[in-house]
Design a protein around this ligand. Structure first.
Ligand SMILES: [Zn+2]
Length: 410
């Protein structure tokens, strides 16, 4: 039995912090929550953690990661990662990234594309307790049209890649793609709906999948009881996909008011991944390279994403924390910056925490993300008060983290 007596408890469901509360953990679950005064005489074996200046909250959830990739800022490294390492080697690296993520206070993640079955195997190994890590909900490989966002060209004709990605074409092709990922054990489906376009910056997006392909992929995934996440930039294709039942809009740099309203009405989640956008500018053009056109697109995207976030927030659609860690963003140690960016974009610190806990758990379809009796004991103890200073979550070396009631040791 563990008894935690923090200064304040953030439940994770958006309700204000509670004070003078004790939380009892037995086995893997939270078994009692009440005032310190109500706490019955503790058995001698109870481990009591008094944390007078700290906040107890649910373990955070990152709804957009790529555990198989290392977050290298150089695009060429991302491209070569799957060519220079065997899949077993990538799986072992992914296990390292998973542990970094867990130590940083993220007790669950959703992985949205990995080569082979790398992250699906890691998910199962973690669930069996063979290796430490966060709970993983994974899509396997993201589905993309041939030559689309996740099936880019640029290779010599004689280069043959095996099982790196999952190109699909036509409505039947996408249905088959969904079934193949499900057969392999995917928990959800990722589609690459539309990408950026710098050709005309008044319409900085281009649709990759046809309407027919989008409808088929979503229909098939829902039939097989999987939710669907879409990589998007914005524009009419996003509106169409939301109408077709898309469950989460990833990135969504350009979300207009009509789409935001529709997302609220349909219960579509928004995962804006603000951190990865910022990283372009922090790493900078010297290191990243890229054409004038692509940087003009990034500039436009950097400005406009705040408006999209504001429109979605005002419409009342659900906002969820996702970092894109693995792609320009390292795993774990800077992930809580996404919450700070959401606060910069107009959410209250408590709303940002909810976006990283109970709302994210609903998107992932997992029983986690709130501190209540009967819930799984995925917890973070944070020195300070993140409901006032959201940056306190970034002091990862000061956090204490429990997963399934067991403390994660640094
Ligand atoms: Zn991503």
């Amino acid at each position: 039995m563990i008894v935690i007596r923090p200064e304040r408890l953030v439940v994770g469901d958006g309700t204000p912090a509670r004070h003078g509360v004790a939380v009892v953990v037995e086995g893997s679950s939270i078994t009692w929550i009440g005032t310190v005064a109500e706490l019955a005489r503790l058995p001698d074996t109870a481990v009591v953690i008094d944390a007078p200046d700290s906040t107890l909250m649910p373990g955070m959830i990152d709804a957009h990661v790529h555990l198989a990739y290392d977050g290298s800022p150089r695009p060429i490294d991302y491209k070569l990662a799957t060519l220079s390492r065997s899949y077993p080697a990538l799986a072992l690296e992914a296990a390292h990234h998973a542990l970094e993520t867990l130590r940083s206070g993220f007790t669950a993640v959703r992985d949205l594309n990995a080569p082979g079955g790398v992250v699906l195997a890691l998910r199962d190994a973690i669930a069996r307790g063979h290796v430490p890590g966060p709970r993983i909900v994974a899509c396997g490989q993201g589905l993309s049209v041939t030559s689309g966002h996740m099936d880019k060209g640029g290779w010599a004709d004689h280069v043959v890649q095996r099982d790196v990605n999952a190109p699909c074409d036509g409505a039947d092709g996408f249905r088959r793609g969904v079934r193949e990922q499900v057969k392999r054990g995917a928990d959800c489906i990722k589609i690459n709906l539309c990408g950026g376009s710098s050709r005309d910056l008044s319409r900085p997006y281009k649709q990759e999948m046809t309407d027919e392909e989008v409808v088929a992929a979503i229909d098939e995934a829902h039939r097989l009881e999987r939710h669907v996440a879409a990589h998007t930039s914005g524009g009419p294709s996003v509106t169409m996909a939301v109408r077709a039942g898309l469950d989460s809009v990833e990135h969504g740099h350009w979300i207009d008011e009509e789409t935001a309203d529709l997302m609220a009405e349909r219960g579509t989640f928004y995962v804006p991944t603000l951190l990865v956008n910022e990283m372009n500018f922090e790493i900078g053009r010297d290191a990243l390279g890229g054409s004038d056109d692509s940087w003009a697109w990034l500039d436009r995207c950097r400005e406009d994403k705040w408006g999209s976030l504001e429109r979605v927030r005002r419409a009342g659609a659900e906002i969820v924390v996702g970092t894109d860690a693995g792609f320009m963003v390292p795993h774990g140690r800077t992930s809580a910056r996404e919450l700070e960016l959401l606060v910069q974009g107009g959410l209250s610190p408590l709303e940002a925490i909810t976006a990283a806990t109970s709302t994210a758990a609903r998107l992932l379809g997992i029983e986690a993300g709130s501190v209540r009796v009967g819930a799984i004991a995925d917890l973070v103890l944070v020195p300070g008060d993140p409901t006032r200073d959201i940056r306190s979550l970034q002091a990862t070396e000061t956090l204490r983290v429990w997963r399934d009631g067991r403390e994660v040791r640094a």
